[in-house]
Design a protein around this ligand. Structure first.
Ligand code: SIN
Length: 275
């Protein structure tokens, strides 16, 4: 086995592990590596939908997306499709998946099926380091505080994307989570707000809340907390959605990535109530 770090902050490309193998022994190794590096990347893994599902089930019960329809034969798999002429990419600003849910996603397994010749990399950011390096005054102000996370409604997940289909749910969801959560496995502190879904700090007036959140969001965007993965076809990313944020880069500019499809298969594993 070979583990090559993608940056000093997080992320590792792993060679010598076969993701078709969902045995307990193989999963234990993958889980340990994921807890250590937070985001793992594997190339040349031509796994079937069933193999992706089998591996995902080792992490826990699978989660269905609240707004987007899964594949007909494999509803656990959400196919993220960027059409050839689309200028947007699903998940195109920093976020933690579905943090508006009461139990946001634990782990994501994303498999590439079709990748443009240029553009569409995914970036990841380490929210443990973001907490450790946060200004002490802000740490004091948010100690013990919760924030509201709100979903953006079905439109945000399907209307912008011509190839994505909604599942008919039009409800909106809001849930409160601690701004600093403890990772249930590593027991490390994680800065748990994100600019896509976190709207307000509970028990603070809006002006102060907006100011603190703005400062935190800027801090979370520091490039030295990140790594960047350049996709190839049949690559798989497995990341810890509790301790990271990610964004799919929308750099499909005319004459470059535009005119190409990008297709990814996503499986989400259910998380727990952030504590
Ligand atoms: C996501 O935000 O869930 C997907 C990111 C990507 O497709 O690169």
């Amino acid at each position: 086995m070979e583990v090559n770090l993608l940056s000093g902050a997080l992320g590792a490309e792993v060679k010598g592990i076969d993701l078709k193998d969902s045995s307990e022994k193989n999963w234990q190794l993958i889980n340990l590596l994921m807890l250590e590096h937070k985001a793992l990347f594997f190339r040349d893994q031509d796994i079937t939908c069933e193999e992706q599902i089998n591996l995902a089930k080792k992490f826990g019960p699978l989660e269905r997306h609240v707004y987007v329809k899964g594949l007909k034969d494999h509803p656990e798999i959400l196919r993220i499709v960027k059409g050839a002429e689309e200028k947007h990419q699903w998940g195109e600003t920093w976020h933690t998946d579905v943090s508006y849910n009461p139990k946001p996603t634990k782990v994501i397994i994303l498999r590439s099926r079709k990748i443009p010749p240029v553009g569409g990399d995914t970036m990841f950011s380490n929210m443990e380091i973001a907490y450790e390096t946060l200004d002490n005054e802000i740490k004091k102000k948010i100690k013990g505080k919760k924030a509201i996370h709100s979903s953006l409604g079905a439109a945000a997940f399907v209307d912008k994307y011509t190839e994505m289909e909604g599942n008919g749910n039009l409800d909106e969801y809001s849930n409160e989570h601690p701004m600093v959560r403890i990772h249930p496995e590593t027991k490390k502190k994680i800065l748990y707000v994100n600019s896509m879904y976190t709207k307000k700090i509970i028990g603070m007036d809006k002006k102060e809340s907006d100011e603190i959140l703005k400062n935190i969001f800027e801090h979370q965007e520091r490039l030295d907390f990140t790594c960047r993965f350049k996709w190839t076809e049949n690559a798989v990313a497995i990341w810890d959605n509790r301790s990271t944020q990610h964004q799919g880069l929308t750099d499909f500019f005319p004459g470059r990535g535009l005119g190409h499809e990008r297709i990814m298969d996503r499986i989400a594993i259910e998380g727990d109530h952030p504590q």
